[in-house]
Design a binder for this molecule. Structure first.
Ligand code: ASP
Length: 310
């Protein structure tokens, strides 16, 4: 079976000067996942390896370097899913862990549950041996100060309604990470990790930890979504791709149809990556940028900032 892996670094608008680093970071992370797959490793190992690299790279909005919520601290969401037995694991609202994706995997492998949140997730992480780690970087802290000032200036008392502000300022969005892969046994897996949307309300949970919304894998495909999570939650976008494939559509056609629907329904600023069981990687987005990298079969890793117009 052809192995393949694709990963993204978030739908949005990267600042000039950071775009090359964003693409290079994706290429490195996918190379790490590729090594796992070519050595006969599982798709779950490969997507976790890829996402850990991205979480540890402070330029992305996941793990170290995640964006801060409205009150100025991180609440991290992550999930994994595997086509084998439709297994899934997720965490939301984690505050002090280095690699939320690995905690999500532990939820899947070591508990009867699918998702742990907040305090419980944090306590579970400690029991599983994940040490205390502060994900806040000085750059994100400075960024947060700047954004908070702009929000007060623009929205005044209406600061709880952030979506319009973020749509008008796409440079404040992006950086979520995700990966999807198929291994030599034909097993598919996906993993997604994020700090969520910048300046989110405390307690806000996005699409990334929710199976079928920001992350999904079944016997036909594995996918990860990015962009304003509320749209992805309302449409269950990754699951919608799988359902269209169940009705006979190819991955590319199904993914494009789901994205087009997100455009019609919400004018949603989202992006999707996915891989099918045959090892075809696909990426599409409705934002200006979505850095992504991929490989398939014997091929090398390729990477780019955005999908060129058809
Ligand atoms: N989907 C993420 C969330 O809503 C954010 C993003 O991908 O930019 O939490």
């Amino acid at each position: 079976m052809a192995v393949a892996l694709i990963a993204h670094g978030g739908a949005g608008k990267w600042r000039p000067g950071s775009d090359d680093d964003a693409v290079a970071g994706l290429a490195d992370a996918v190379e790490a996942g590729r090594r796992v797959l070519l050595a006969g490793g599982s798709s779950l190992d490969a997507v976790c390896e890829t996402v850990v690299r991205l979480e540890d790279n402070p330029i992305y909005n996941a793990g170290t370097g995640a964006v801060l919520n409205f009150d100025g601290f991180c609440e991290l969401d992550a999930s994994v899913m595997e086509s084998r037995e439709s297994r899934a694991g997720a965490v939301s609202g984690l505050q002090r862990v280095k690699n939320p994706v690995l905690v999500a995997r532990k939820v899947m492998e070591e508990t009867d549950h699918v998702m742990l949140t907040g305090d419980g997730a944090q306590r579970f992480a400690r029991v599983m041996g994940f040490p205390d780690h502060d994900p806040v970087t000085p750059a994100r802290r400075a960024d947060w100060m700047d954004k908070r000032n702009r929000v007060d200036e623009i929205l005044g008392q209406r600061a709880l309604k952030m979506r319009k502000f973020l749509q008008e300022h796409p440079e404040y969005a992006g950086g979520t990470v995700g990966a999807a892969a198929v291994d030599s046994r034909g097993v598919l897996a996906a993993a997604t990790s994020t700090g969520g949307v910048t300046l989110k309300m405390v307690g806000r949970v996005g699409d990334s930890p929710v199976p079928g919304a920001g992350n999904y894998a079944d016997v036909r495909m594995a996918a990860s979504a990015t962009g304003t999570g509320e749209f992805v939650l309302r449409s269950l976008a990754t699951r919608a791709i799988a359902e269209r494939m169940g009705q006979g559509e190819a991955l590319e056609q199904a993914l494009e149809a789901v994205l087009a629907q997100l455009g019609r329904d919400y004018d949603a600023d989202v992006g999707l990556i996915a891989v099918d069981a045959a090892g075809t990687p696909v990426a599409r987005h409705r934002t200006r940028d979505m850095p992504h990298a991929w490989f398939s079969g014997e091929g090398p890793v390729a990477s780019r900032m955005r999908v060129p117009p058809a």
